[in-house]
Ligand binder design. Structure first.
Ligand code: ADP
Length: 569
């Protein structure tokens, strides 16, 4: 049944009950009214006529002329108001006796009979009055009962409607609301079941159809997602680089075949497991994830039957959930880029540079020796042009020796062949040695070198390598200083370190390049490229290998201060 019909029926029933109560009440009110009206009309009037007739009869005795007319008038009224059984006979007796009395006014018997008749009429009406009053009373009592019963029935029916009707409508709505919430949460298996065949039944059917379609839709989407997932997995598996995916809690979500191969694990050993648990038995994973999450950029692994090199990259994954503004981290990917081929090329280059620079050293030394011989007067005197040429060759061979020396030094560093002879050394010794090494160069450019405050504690360092660094600082300072300018060297203690500075008043270095000048082969653009760009890179390697640090402060056009710090010995 339709809800509208149900509501109409319920409201209609209530209206019918109200109508029934109204009709019942009206019926009984009319019944009581009719009873009391009867009493008034039928009996009370008779009593009044009888009283008038009795008083007129008394008036006859005292010779009242109008009394006859009053008696006749009331007798006529009484004759028109006969209502009770026996009343007509009694009234007719009165009439008959009154006629006799009119003919014989002294007839006392007739008078007595009239009086008797009137009393008879009065008695009849008094009895009727009593009976009717009792009837009215019983009608009122019946009315009470009937109205009370009908009222109670109406109340019970109305109460029943009041309790059940809202439930009947509200319950399906509540059930439907709950089901809609379930659907909103993605629980597409949710269905509603209403017993009724009405509108709620239709609604339930429509809802169930919708839920079923959503379920089918989500399943088809799930299928698509699964296909997409498989595609990505296949893509990752076909990559030559190992890729490991972790969630925020450190669980391994994915690892492609290459990753499993380099780790020496099977998919069931790793996928879905806590990375820290797996790493306990796997050194590579340990170094990748647990101990050094941002560990060394290049990792050496034995893979493909040889030593392979991988560059580790950690890619954090974050998503912005639908309807929200802020992104949340959901995990990360560790990608190991296989750089073995580049490393092999790099080794080949380093070996080549090492071999060439080593091989060049001997002929250059021979050239230098020959130059020394040429400069020696015993070999023969040189004219000015020849001397100039010899000096220029000596300059070039010095530069050549420096370049080959730096290249050799760098290739040794790159192959990890740095040998340190650590020991206690006085800073003043290192400074004296370095200043002596660049003295000729400084004199040629008329640059003065001043030293100051070298009374600092001894440092713990490799004397040769540290001198090498200082010589490189000084060579650069001389090279980039203006003629007739000065360079100062000073030392100071800083906690457990000694800081050595070399300050020049030369060209200075643009702020944009200051962070890069310690990189290999870097030279400030726009300047003469006489060097290799390796001097400061080697210096940094030397200083850092000794547990120190290195840096520069410079203002373009105002000069530079190069410094290094080494631990107190
Ligand atoms: P190079 O062999 O070119 O001198 P370095 O590594 O020693 O190589 O220096 C790198 C670059 O830093 C130089 O090419 C130069 O441009 C800049 N540089 C180094 N020292 C100074 C200095 N004292 N004043 C200005 N520029 C300098």
């Amino acid at each position: 049944m339709k809800t509208k019909t149900k509501l109409n029926l319920a409201v209609g029933l209530l209206l019918a009950l109200i109508l029934l109560l109204t009709i019942l009440s009206a019926f009984y009110i009319f019944a009581i009214k009719r009873d009391t009206e009867n009493i008034l009309k039928a009996n009370y009037n008779t009593l009044e006529y009888s009283r008038q007739m009795l008083s007129a009869l008394d008036g006859l005795n005292s010779g009242n002329v109008g009394a006859i007319a009053i008696f006749e008038e009331n007798l006529a009224k009484q004759l028109g108001n006969i209502t009770e059984a026996g009343e007509e006979n009694a009234t007719m007796d009165v009439k008959r006796n009154f006629s006799g009395l009119l003919q014989n006014p002294d007839d006392l018997v007739a008078k007595a009979n009239i009086r008797q008749g009137i009393f008879e009429v009065m008695k009849l009406n008094m009895d009727a009055l009593k009976k009717k009053s009792e009837l009215a009373k019983s009608t009122a009592e019946t009315a009470n009962w009937v109205i009370a019963i009908a009222g109670t029935l109406c109340f019970l029916i109305a109460f029943n409607l009041m309790v059940n009707l809202p439930h009947h409508i509200a319950n399906p709505i509540r059930e439907l609301t709950d089901s809609i919430r379930q659907i909103a949460k993605g629980n597409y298996k949710e269905r509603v079941h209403f017993d009724s065949n009405g509108e709620f039944g239709d609604l339930a059917n429509s809802f169930n159809v919708m839920a079923q379609k959503l379920e089918e839709f989500s399943e088809s989407n799930l299928n698509k997602l699964l296909v997409e997932k498989k595609r990505i997995e296949a893509l990752l598996d076909n990559m030559h680089d190992p890729v490991i995916g972790l969630d925020n809690g450190g669980t391994i979500l994915s690892a492609n075949e290459e990753a499993l191969k380099v780790m020496g694990l099977t998919a069931s050993d790793a996928i879905g497991k806590q990375a820290s648990d797996v790493a306990r038995k796997n050194d590579l994973l340990q170094s990748l994830i647990v101990s050094k999450p941002n560990g060394p950029a290049v990792i050496k692994i034995f893979a493909d039957g040889k030593e392979s090199y991988f560059e580790r990259e950690n890619v954090a994954i974050s998503i912005t959930p639908t309807g929200e503004k802020d992104a949340i981290a959901i995990g990360n990917f560790i990608i190991l880029r296989n750089i073995t081929a580049f490393k092999e090329l790099d080794f080949a280059k380093t070996n080549f540079i090492a071999t060439v620079s080593h091989e060049l050293k001997t002929p250059i030394a021979a050239i230098k020796f020959s130059l020394k011989l040429l400069e020696n007067p015993t070999t023969g005197s040189l004219n000015d042009d020849q001397r100039n040429l010899v000096e220029s060759i000596a300059d070039d061979s010095r530069r050549l020796l420096k370049i080959t020396g730096e290249l050799l030094e760098m290739s040794q560093l790159e192959t990890g062949n740095i040998q340190l002879a650590m020991g206690k050394c006085a800073v003043s010794d290192i400074v004296t040695m370095a200043v002596e090494a660049v003295r000729t160069q400084a004199e040629q450019k008329r640059v003065s070198i001043a030293t100051d405050n070298l009374e600092v504690p001894e440092i713990r360092a490799d004397k040769d390598k540290t001198s090498w660094v200082l010589i490189n600082f000084l060579t650069n300072a001389i090279r980039y200083s203006h003629e007739n300018s000065g360079i100062s060297i000073w030392a100071q203690r800083e906690d457990q370190f000694v800081l050595l500075s070399v300050k020049d008043n030369g060209q200075g270095i643009d702020k944009n390049y200051q962070s890069r000048i310690f990189d290999r082969y870097f030279q400030v653009p726009g300047r003469s490229k006489s060097g290799t760009g390796l001097g400061l890179a080697i210096s940094r390697e030397f200083i850092e290998a000794q547990g120190g640090s290195i840096g520069v402060e410079s203002n373009l056009g105002l000069g530079s201060r190069f410094w290094f710090k080494l631990p107190v010995g």
